[in-house]
Design a protein around this ligand. Structure first.
Ligand code: PEP
Length: 249
């Protein structure tokens, strides 16, 4: 049985005060979440606030990105050691917004994945197709290419200590969720690709679904055999919604 995991991706949202009230709201009712591990990924500058507010809880925290470089002359970048300093457990790599808005390639994302793992943190590798890729019947080819970039450079064993998030780009922030069956089909495909290389790793790796997950649709999605929780954008900014998603795990 894989542990259900629900991770909030706050994107570029939040403020010191808003975060405090959101985290307090989550902490107040976290006992209502019985079966999911919960984690939040705020903007970098709020990681110290998370460390302070969450240190005595079972809620984890992580970052939304990291540099693949060693510390040095890289203005505006964040090195992995800095995320270690703030006790991050997770680092999201390859979110579709990083791929599309900041030109991150499959190869760069594989480097970031390796950087996170080498420091003992858990990468959450995001993969997923654009609407036109789905409509052209290329969903499997796209997620295979994105997954292969990591498999070919890091090997299948690297996935054992990682999380994969399948996020169809057309479902992110659009209110348009993949149907549970659409999501399950791609999750099963991803697990099958891994299984062809190592059945034990495939059985173990958590594959989250992301794309307009809400309290009202999480249960159906998470009931699918290959969906092990969610990566949540908009709905992770409201304590009640985020908790309702956690309760669905
Ligand atoms: C995301 O940003 O990873 C995401 C899934 O966003 P939303 O839940 O808002 O679609």
């Amino acid at each position: 049985m894989r542990q259900s995991l629900v991770v909030g991706n706050w994107k570029m949202n939040g403020s010191y005060e808003a975060n405090r009230s959101l985290i307090n709201g989550i902490k107040q009712n976290i006992a209502s979440v019985k079966n999911s591990e919960m984690a939040v990924c705020p903007p970098f500058v709020y990681l110290s606030q998370m460390k302070r507010l969450l240190k005595d809880t079972n809620i984890g925290w992580g970052a939304q990105n990291v540099s693949q470089q060693e510390p040095g002359a890289f203005t505006g970048e964040i090195a992995i050691g800095m995320l270690v300093d703030f006790d991050c457990k997770y680092v999201i790599v390859g979110h579709s917004e990083r791929r599309s808005l900041y030109g991150e390639s499959d190869e760069l994302i594989a480097e970031k994945f390796a950087t996170v793992q080498a420091a003992g943190l858990i990468p959450i590798l995001c993969i997923g197709e654009l609407l036109e890729e789905r409509e052209a019947g290329n969903t499997e080819a796209v997620v295979k290419r994105q997954l292969d970039a990591v498999l070919n450079s890091q090997g299948v064993a690297s996935l054992e200590k990682s999380v994969i998030a399948y996020e169809p780009v057309w479902a992110i922030g659009t209110g348009k969720t993949a149907t549970p069956q659409q999501a399950q089909d791609v999750h099963a495909f991803i697990r099958g690709q891994i299984s062809a290389l190592d059945a034990k790793v495939a059985e173990k790796v958590q594959i989250l679904y992301g794309g307009s997950v809400k309290g009202s649709n999480a249960k159906e999605l998470f009931a699918m055999p290959d969906i092990d929780g969610g990566l949540i954008g908009g709905a992770s900014l409201k304590a009640d919604d985020f908790l309702a998603i956690g309760q669905a795990g």
